[in-house]
Design a protein around this ligand. Sequence first.
Ligand SMILES: *Cc1c(COP(=O)(O)O)cnc(C)c1O
Length: 402
Amino acid sequence: MNDAPELGELVPPDRTLMGPGPSDVHPRVLRSMATPLVGYLDDYCVEIMNDIQEGLRYLFETDNEHTLAVSGTGSAAMETAFANLVEPGETVLVPDNGYFGARMGEIAERAGGEIHTVSAPWGEPLDPADVEAAFDEHSPTVFGFVHGETSTGVRQTNVPELTEIAHANDAYTIADTVASLGGVEFRTDGWDVDVVYSGSQKCLSAPPGASPITFTDRAMEKVHAREEPVRSWYLDLEGVWEYWGDERNYHHTAPVSTLYALREALRLLAEEGLEATWDRHERVAGALASGVDAMGVGLNVAEEHWLPTLNPVRVPNGIDEGEVIDRLVDEHGIEIVGGLGALDGEIFRVGCMGHSARPANVTQFIAAFGSVLAEEGADVDPEAGAGAAASALGPDALEETI
Ligand SMILES: *Cc1c(COP(=O)(O)O)cnc(C)c1O
């Protein structure tokens, strides 16, 4: 028998989470997780699930019946989308302009799909003309795209055009909104997207573990018509829907505390209002962008594709970005991260999502970032940055409670 480990008390450090997720969790959401559990078929649990489905339809802007929370993080929702919609041998089109588009390809391949990519440089969105050309060349039946690409900080702005191209070719669309839903405008029904998924720990101010997803009836007909069962038992919607649909039969134990958290996050969203939430993200992240700009460090994205929830801040010349990231967390308790892939060493990725999208966080970040950069020898003007952020936020910003 092994010796019992000597585990100290759990005391996480006090962090301000301004990276690509998780974001700060709202205190009300944290408290909801400390409430007693009920069984997964208790009437109360069923009520919570109904509330979540209603809250998710509001969040997604959809009337889709098949709207639920996958037990798992955003990647589990991604896998649910592709595993159910893609049958072995089907052709799947995915983007190659970011890390999460690439993950779509890996997942779709494991579902048996044949993968083709539509290209754009890292730091730019897909061009609809290129998507159309890829449809003409490869005739995919499923087209996945990333609405908010967290690896580059780029927003895919022309979603209705993309879905129109796919539908003109009788294909289905899957949208990744893990880092954008609840942060910037997205309209599932209005933009005619077949499957949309997200995550809880980015724009929703909740912990990771219960991930929103919605399927249109048309997409569900494709799932029902499969010749071969979904290769993942756990994520197979035929089984999962026995629990989330009217039958309410056991499939797997609901992550009860995580569902409480998601429900509280959706309750906060309903209180604030979806459009007010989008406005807050734009205003608060706008102040962040003004601050870094005035400091003398720009964003690595064209203004029309700026994703307020994830800001790709350029690394100034001669600066070791790893050193800046380490100092921010060690000396200021602020988490941000660096670039990936083609943007490794080129950008800092500064998230502004959910409960992290607050004036106090931005003020704190701009002050700390400016002083660390200046101490590292960058040619920046920290005071100009702080001033620009403060005036963009307005005089009463720090008194706002969200
Ligand atoms: C974070 C993220 C994911 C993956 O979500 P996990 O919760 O880490 O599994 C997928 N897509 C995008 C755009 C993301 O930002």
